[in-house]
Design a protein around this ligand. Structure first.
Ligand code: UD1
Length: 352
């Protein structure tokens, strides 16, 4: 069988890792196409190296741009690539502009397309990711849902017959990487005099938090006021918008660091007092590592993290500080994101 994966942004490289490994084990031909949405080596190359993903076979080099220009440039190039390869399955991951472009290209060429991480919904129509998810789910032939909640969303939209619940592939990766990093402690953190449970890990990058100057300033101010040092792994989008809005990244307790490779992030989170973020992936990773999370958003797609008590949705200001500094939640052995073998079930679905 010939599988073709289209990826372009950091979280998609993480999701690709277990699929690439499972496809190789089963001796399937696997073509990897990188759109170039994320071109910074710290958001891209380091993930391929650290997670053992084969280098992309095709690189479209699309880069940044408005949503229309970026998505359009991907579509134009993907048509040629898909025509040439004629894969049995085109796999698209998550909710980025790369996901939507690849799903549209494949469906219009009548090539079977599978959406990995189907059915997630924030119900916030201001988010570009929400449109990417909904449009991709309705275009795709096979909807690989990470949870029952996601499958229920798809059923409510009339898509039950194309849906399979496979579990969450990011859980596959996280369990592997957690075993690999053991109890190592990142050098940057010790060089700053930080000790286990004596700091927070933060990331902020979403359009709704970075594009508005007032909101971005309020978020940075709150992060700087948390009672312990806050290690802010700064996404290029955050750095660029902070510069545009003259918002100070270096204030109060904030320690700014460039983005790090996945194993370094996992070991930083494992020893953190808490996580403060607007990332989808990081909320879930914090839950899986049983580190309390404060999410700077009004809604989440990963609702189980909230209902189980390990994640809180807050506005910047007082609410953020209270949430971050709250006592550790009650322990739970719930595992709504699967058993770490989601990629096996994805390949089973392709082979069925
Ligand atoms: C994208 C996804 C988002 C995902 C995130 C993970 C969409 C609509 N959004 O957001 O769902 O959570 O990736 O990181 O697809 N930039 C660089 N170097 C890079 C990449 C981006 O400097 O390698 C800067 C550019 O100024 C660019 C901005 O970041 O304009 C935004 O990049 P873009 O790829 O449009 O979206 P993200 O914010 O990264």
């Amino acid at each position: 069988m010939k599988i073709l994966s289209v990826v372009g942004a950091r979280p998609q490289f993480v999701k690709l890792a277990p699929i690439a490994s499972e496809a190789a084990q089963r001796n399937h031909e696997h073509v990897i196409v990188h759109t170039g949405q994320h071109y910074d080596p710290r958001l891209s190359d380091v993930f391929f190296t650290e997670l053992g993903i084969p280098a992309p076979d095709v690189h479209l080099g699309v880069g940044s741009g408005s949503h229309g220009k970026q998505t359009g440039a991907m579509l134009a190039s993907l048509d040629d690539v898909l025509e040439e390869h004629q894969p049995d399955w085109t796999v698209v991951y998550g909710d980025t502009n790369s996901t939507l472009a690849a799903a549209l290209s494949a469906v219009k060429l009548h090539l079977p397309v599978a959406h990995l991480e189907a059915g997630l919904r924030s119900f916030n129509r201001r988010m570009p990711e929400e449109h990417n998810r909904i449009l991709t789910d309705h275009a795709a032939d096979l909807l690989l849902a990470p949870t029952q909640v996601a499958a229920d969303h798809l059923a409510a939209e009339g898509l039950a017959d194309r849906t399979r619940v496979v579990g969450d592939v990011m859980t596959d990766v996280l369990l592997d990487v957690r075993a690999r990093v053991g109890d190592s402690f990142p050098e940057f953190l010790s060089s700053q005099g930080l000790a286990r449970f004596g700091y927070y890990v933060a990331t902020i990058h979403r359009a709704e938090n970075t594009d508005n100057a007032e909101r971005l300033r309020a978020i940075l101010k709150s992060l700087g006021q948390v009672n312990l040092p806050v290690v802010l792994y700064a996404h290029p989008r955050l750095v660029a918008r902070a510069r545009d809005h003259q918002a100070d990244l270096n204030q109060g307790n904030l320690l700014v660091h460039p983005p790090v490779a996945y194993p370094d992030l996992v070991s930083a989170v494992l020893s953190a007092r808490g996580v403060i973020s607007d990332s989808g992936g990081l909320q879930k990773e914090a839950f899986l590592l049983r580190v309390p999370c404060t999410t700077v958003r009004t809604e989440t797609e990963w609702v189980e993290t909230v209902s189980l008590g390990w994640n809180e949705l807050v506005e910047p200001g007082e609410a953020l500080l209270i949430s971050a500094q709250r006592p550790r939640p009650a322990d739970t052995d719930a595992s709504p994101y699967g058993d770490g073998n989601a990629a096996g079930r994805v390949l089973d679905a392709f082979e069925a």
